[in-house]
Design a protein around this ligand. Structure first.
Ligand code: MTE
Ligand code: MO
Length: 397
């Protein structure tokens, strides 16, 4: 079925609770009171900061990170291609599994839901989260820190699907395709691949629920790939095809886009780009303040609770520390409930401010592989993997 037939077929069918177009937009003062920022409200979403509107790139408002799980209606959104799906006919939707397999499969959503399911908490973070803070600036969606979210994903293990189809010997890559397509010849379709070994690990899922509800249309209804610990570029939305390859897959979005310098920090110099690059992969370790708000006024002698989140690519968070003296000394915080090694981990610290004036607090996390954050930001041409030590300015009165 070509694109036009698909649109006609879906137009006649019951839509998945999603109408194209946004229902409201506006301009809101940013938290810092400096730049007014454009916001938009898409169906099923709260008012969100809009990075691009065609296709939609929407940032999660910061207050939602005070919850361990980012609500579906505030979960950030990123699509690359103009022709992103705006309605889905569930009755005709199929997940096709083919290529280098014994038994090609064509599964309906009911077929998927009849299989063994599992739930995993995992952070979905865009590779380019925080890109707008790179110095010098790099091109690409100018995200601040809101291109991330944590959810409980429910679905079928990718390896169970691949076993059901029966991988033939010599499988190298597994390639994933969603319903979206490039608007123009020359804009390559958004396909991503995982190494076969990775696809057969326990974690990757074909998820049909997020936080106990069907996936929102903008986050990949009716099913998406979830690759715990890996950047969200691999989490193909509105998944419709899985193809097993007996050689390396080298499509545009793997071979050209989403490449990082092949060194431990993915760091390079703007004056001398690294020759050795590799596909982006695991999340590095990050931590943030979520409370109090930036610029808050706090009262000397009165204890307040500082809190925030930390996460990494699956080692799990070992320790989160806060510094009140620009990194000379650090105080260990108390970690919140452990929802699993791929999840946000909340931290808390009670603090009684004493000296009046503007104070800058720092936060850093360390994971169970002893990887931590540094005060010197990395730079790379793609604007990927920012994980510098974050700060929070408050005024003590
Ligand atoms: N089909 C499809 N899946 C996709 C994309 C896309 O453009 N098309 N973008 C990827 C990228 S780069 C990101 S950051 C995540 C964003 O997931 P979200 O929109 O659910 O937050 O989706 C990924 N999956
Ligand atoms: Mo992304």
């Amino acid at each position: 079925m070509n694109r036009r037939d698909w649109i006609r077929a879906t137009a006649a069918a019951a839509a998945a609770g999603f109408a194209p177009g946004f229902v409201g937009c506006g301009v809101r003062e940013s938290g810092s009171g400096v730049d007014p920022e454009p916001t938009v409200r898409f169906p099923g979403k709260v008012e969100m900061r809009v990075i691009n509107d065609r296709p939609p790139c929407l940032e999660t408002p910061w207050r939602f990170y005070r919850e361990d799980f980012t609500p579906n209606h505030a979960f950030y959104v990123r699509w690359h291609l103009q022709a992103f799906p705006t309605s889905i006919d569930l009755a005709s939707w199929r997940l096709r599994i083919g290529g280098n397999v014994e038994r090609p499969l064509e599964l309906s959503i009911d077929d998927l839901k009849k299989m063994d399911r599992t739930t995993i908490a995992a952070v979905n973070q865009c590779s380019g989260n925080s890109r707008s803070l790179f110095q010098p600036r790099v091109t690409g969606a100018q995200w601040r820190n809101g291109a991330m979210g944590n959810a409980k994903w429910t679905g079928v293990r990718l390896r169970d699907l691949l076993k059901r189809a029966g991988l033939k010997a010599g499988a190298v890559d597994v390639v994933f395709d969603g319903l979206d397509e490039g608007p123009l010849p020359g804009v390559p379709d958004f396909l991503k691949s995982l190494k076969a070994d990775h696809a057969l690990e326990a974690e990757p899922l074909v998820a049909f629920e997020m936080n106990g509800e069907p996936l929102p249309a903008l986050n990949g209804f009716p099913a998406r790939l979830v690759v715990p610990g890996w950047y969200a570029t691999y989490w193909v939305k509105a998944l419709t095809k899985i193809e097993v390859w007996d050689k390396s897959y080298d499509g545009y979005w793997m071979a050209k886009a989403y490449k990082i310098p092949a060194n431990p920090r993915a760091n390079e110099s703007p004056d001398r780009l690294d020759a050795k690059i590799e596909p982006i992969n695991r999340l590095n370790v990050r931590s943030f303040f979520t409370s109090p708000d930036r610029g808050s006024i706090v009262v000397s002698g009165t204890p307040i609770t500082l809190s925030g989140i930390a996460f990494d690519g699956g080692s799990g968070i070992k320790r989160v520390e806060v510094s009140f003296d620009d990194g000379r000394t650090w105080r260990e915080t108390m970690l919140g409930e452990d929802h699993g090694r791929f999840s946000f981990r909340r931290w808390k610290l009670e603090w009684t401010p004493t000296e009046a004036g503007e104070r800058k607090l720092l936060v850093r996390a360390t994971n169970r592989s002893d990887e931590t954050q540094t005060a010197d930001p990395i730079w790379n041409r793609g604007g990927f993997m920012r994980n510098v030590i974050e700060s929070l300015a408050v005024v003590v009165v």
